[in-house]
Design a protein around this ligand. Structure first.
Ligand SMILES: *Cc1c(COP(=O)(O)O)cnc(C)c1O
Length: 383
């Protein structure tokens, strides 16, 4: 057993998949360490092939991929974008940067995803897009969302930061919206420290995406020999990660099966060893509908109330186990309130935000550590 005094278990820890250093040395040796070198293309091709995409472009973060999505969809001041309140700020900020007004939608109590049954009454003549987040890599109800989007001519963007290689009714997440985004931040299943990708499901966006990503220039057409000089043709910014980061990322993506298998084993261990304790303590474990194949991104506990959640965090911390909570409802944040967010607007989000607790979850968690975490959790009683 692990002695909690000498070795604590962090919430997250980046792990090497194998070939990271070899590939980084190769990228440097090739002499091309800026963006769109050999390893960037390897990562893009892998994502395109596995997910059956028109195009995958690596970006410096998921946040930047979301900003690119907002630019590509020509989001303008006054446009409304329907977003979940229970998400990371970037899901919303990327659109707010373009002048859009976020319209916060509540979530389902089971999957904690955008509640598709509440979307239609939020649609107005100004609505341009629905942004979905596949929370914990469990799919949103995409059939219903796509029907609504079609009926009202709205774009759909998937913030798939949690859900790479997860599926909805047999189809990969990230392939439903016009555009989707991935994160390769340290806390995600596959990482290069900081990184992301924009997934493009409709070919008409590809050329402009390449321009926006290259400072508004047609540099990528120049490299393909399609124009004889490159120049400034559109708005844009610098969204390419270095090939050194892509080299790191490729080493992780090529090991996707063993990484996902390791994460699946962690998730299943938690589930198997905690469900009796959970039912005796009014704690709810994650819900994965049968038609969703999750991505094994996280394991959370839904505690009965805020006090129990805070007490369990402290209880675990005293044993050297780091647990965390997220997200604070965006509609109640300082920015959210400037857009008119008020308590009670998204009651499920508000309730969940007080009660959710995430257990340590990373690729290199060992069975000894898992068993120590489980013992630590089950020695806690909800009053
Ligand atoms: C991590 C995360 C992001 C941001 O990813 P970065 O790569 O750090 O920009 C966006 N949305 C969600 C849902 C996330 O979990």
């Amino acid at each position: 057993m692990i002695n909690a005094d000498s070795s604590s278990i962090p919430f997250n820890k980046a792990a090497l998949a194998g070939a990271e250093f070899d590939y980084i040395l190769r990228a440097i040796g090739d002499g091309h360490v800026s963006g769109d070198g050999f390893f960037s293309h390897e990562c893009s091709h892998l994502l395109e092939k596995v997910l059956c995409l028109h195009k995958a472009l690596l970006t410096t973060s998921c946040t930047h991929a979301l900003e690119m999505a907002a630019l590509l969809l020509d989001i303008q001041p006054g446009d409304e974008v329907i977003v979940p309140s229970f998400t990371f700020v970037s899901t919303v900020n990327a659109f707010v940067l373009r002048g859009a007004t976020p319209v916060f939608c509540d979530i389902r109590t089971d999957t904690l995803n955008l509640d598709e049954r509440l979307v239609e009454k939020l649609i107005t003549s100004r609505t341009k897009a629905i942004v979905v987040v596949h929370y914990a890599g469990v799919a949103c109800e995409m059939d219903a969302i796509l029907i609504l989007a079609k009926k009202h001519s709205l774009f759909v963007v998937e913030d798939n930061a949690h859900g790479l290689f997860g599926k909805y009714k047999g189809r990969y997440l990230g392939t439903f919206g016009q555009l989707a985004t991935q994160s390769f931040h340290e806390t995600k299943n596959f990482t290069c420290g900081e990184g992301g990708a924009l997934l493009i499901n409709e070919p008409q966006y590809i050329e402009r995406a390449e321009i926006i990503r290259e400072k508004g220039t047609n540099r990528s057409r120049f490299f393909k020999g399609q124009v004889d000089k490159y120049s400034w043709v559109d708005v844009g910014s610098s969204y390419l990660p270095s090939d050194i980061l892509a080299a790191f990322l490729f080493a992780q993506l090529e090991k996707r099966e063993s990484i996902q298998a390791a994460r699946r084993a962690i998730w299943e261990y938690y589930h198997a060893h905690l469900h009796t304790w959970a039912s005796e303590n009014r704690v709810r474990l994650p819900c994965v509908p049968l038609h969703c194949e999750q991505s094994w991104h996280m394991f959370y506990l839904m505690m009965p109330d805020l006090n129990a959640r805070q007490a369990l965090i402290t209880h675990l911390k005293n044993r050297g186990v780091m647990s965390v909570f997220h997200y604070l409802p965006l509609h109640l944040s300082e920015m959210g309130q400037r857009f008119g967010g008020r308590p009670g607007d998204c009651p499920v989000t508000e309730h969940v935000s007080d009660r959710l607790l995430r257990l340590p979850f990373y690729n290199s968690l060992t069975e000894d550590q898992l068993s120590f975490i489980v013992e630590s959790v089950t020695s806690f009683c909800c009053k």
